[in-house]
Design a protein around this ligand. Structure first.
Ligand code: NAD
Length: 492
């Protein structure tokens, strides 16, 4: 088919929307939170606490307990005691608890969406329409597996591992919790979970849901804190399996710490995904896919399409349309239902993004941002497009984890594959073309755990997610995700 490289009319419609704020009062935020251990909220032994803040204003939200090694020990012991009965429950009984949790998550989804937006800074449109429905779906999905493990393809009698120590990042706080806790519980394990220090509130609300569901005490324990708390959990001898989602750097240190211990480990780490646009791609859909790929959740997405590979013949047209689309994005109050781009989660993350954006300019790439007024308080970054990017530039190699896309070009499918794979990461990739055969050809060659075709950032609990190379190992979701929480075959 003939390809048009003509740049379309670039007049951007502009109109104002009236504010449409979701009610902040839907979520109750306590002044102070304790640790959730053995079915109760308990104060940290040495009394240390830290503050979690609202990234859209920088204002403190609550004081949260900082678990020390003695608290982590208490939580692991509680999980171990609970394991004795939980692991013996028939799968159908465990499934009932998971179904109950899933339904409570649905019932409380408005409250949880508001709480997540306040603590994380992400738009309510996303927490309401993406995070919360997926969180509930993960519990429903795994509730269904709990009594069918013998038919999952892992032998007739797969066994739980024991106590899982789970550590999650701040970009999808409740969703990452669901990815970790739902399969662990379905398989008969008990857990000690540590949420990220900047986003602990929805995990603590989840603790309350566990109580509401009358989940047996100690099956789920939540210890809040930062890296030291995480390290204490990883190194605790009573932990049988560590599941970590976070940066490649911390993942490496965890792998080193666990070497030789016999503990099982899965690592879900960083990414630098290529989103590949061929000249026969449905351009309007592709533009939406590019926007969703890198500007969803402020680009705080491990599998974000942060390297945009555009076939040279359509580069100008795609970039022009992308800029036009970006002019219509609304940045601001995360609780406003019209907001597309919320706040950056922390001052540290904003510093990291800014440093890499500065490096992009210093190395000679061309930066573009739409006209966009940033709020005066809190942490914000305008959507940013870099063109003229070379593969050697830091913005093409390093994970920015912010609303910044680096545009590169290619001429042939082979060149697209070579450039897409030219990264130490291997988490995800996207392909936009009308040719089914080309999609399959690309998918076979892209070294990425997930390859999306004519879509991007699609998640489903039935579909395994995970990486190659420095993006980690192990899968979460689907039948494959169960294996990470089961002793199977010879090691059962
Ligand atoms: P991070 O590695 O700094 O922190 C992640 C978690 O690990 C936090 O809870 C933190 O407190 C804890 N932690 C820090 N140091 C630790 C230590 N020494 N031992 C044990 N725990 C420790 O990452 P982040 O900045 O919170 O998250 C962003 C990173 O997460 C990005 O690189 C992103 O790509 C990655 N991520 C990956 C996936 C995936 O599924 N592959 C999903 C989401 C985020």
């Amino acid at each position: 088919m003939a390809v048009t490289t003509q740049v379309p009319d670039l007049v951007t419609p502009t109109w104002d929307y009236a504010p449409a704020p979701e009610a902040r009062t839907l979520a109750t935020i306590e002044a102070s939170y304790d640790l959730f251990i053995g079915g109760d909220f308990v104060a940290p032994i040495d009394g240390r606490r830290f503050t979690t803040v609202d990234p859209s204003t920088g204002e403190p939200l609550a004081e949260v307990a900082e678990a020390g090694a003695a608290d982590v020990d208490k939580a692991v012991r509680a999980a171990r005691r609970a394991f004795i009965r939980w692991s013996k429950l028939p799968g159908a009984e465990r499934g009932k608890y998971l179904f109950r949790i899933a339904r409570l998550l649905q019932e409380r989804s408005r409250e949880l969406a508001v709480l997540e937006s306040i603590d994380n800074g992400k738009p309510i449109r996303e927490t309401r329409d993406v995070d919360l429905p997926l969180v509930a779906a993960h519990f429903f999905h795994h509730a269904g597996w709990a009594d069918k493990l013998a038919w999952a393809g892992y032998g007739p009698d797969p066994q739980p591992l024991g106590v899982a120590g789970q550590i999650i990042p701040w970009n999808f706080p409740l969703l990452m919790l669901a990815w970790k806790i739902a399969p662990a519980l379905a398989c008969g394990n008990t857990v000690v979970l540590k949420p990220a220090e900047t986003t602990p509130l929805t995990a603590l609300a989840f603790a309350d849901i566990c109580r509401q569901a009358e989940l047996p005490a100690g099956v789920v324990n939540i210890v809040t804190g930062a890296g030291e708390t995480g390290r204490a959990l990883v190194e605790h001898p009573g932990v049988d399996k560590v599941a970590f989602t976070g940066s490649t750097e911390v993942g490496r240190s965890i792998q080193r710490a666990l070497a030789g211990t016999g503990k099982r480990l899965t690592l879900e780490l960083g990414g630098k995904a290529a989103n590949v646009i061929f000249d026969d791609a449905p351009v309007d859909q592709a533009i939406e896919g590019i926007v969703n790929g890198i500007f969803f959740n402020q680009g705080h997405v491990c599998c974000a399409g942060s390297r945009l590979l555009v076939q040279e013949s359509v580069h100008d047209a795609v970039v022009a349309r992308l800029k036009r689309r970006l002019r219509t994005l609304r940045l601001g109050d995360p609780l406003d239902k019209n907001t597309d781009i919320g706040a950056i989660n922390s001052a540290e993350q904003l510093d990291r993004i800014t440093a890499l954006v500065d490096a992009g300019q210093a190395e000679g790439a061309v930066m573009w941002q739409p006209e966009c007024r940033l709020p005066e308080r809190g942490w914000w970054h305008a959507p940013t497009v870099f063109t003229g990017v070379a593969q050697s530039h830091r913005i093409a190699r390093e994970e920015i984890f912010g609303p910044v896309v680096s545009v590169l070009t290619f001429r042939t499918p082979s060149e697209a594959v070579a450039k897409a794979n030219n990264t130490p990461y291997g988490l995800s990739a996207g392909v936009w073309t009308e040719k089914g055969s080309r999609i399959l050809w690309m998918a076979q060659r892209l070294r990425a755990g997930v390859v999306w075709a004519n879509t991007f950032n699609r998640f489903d609990p039935a579909s395994p997610f995970g990486g190659y190379k420095e993006s980690g190992f192990g899968r979460e979701g689907g039948r494959h995700g169960l294996a990470a929480y089961l002793r199977t075959g010879a090691d059962a």
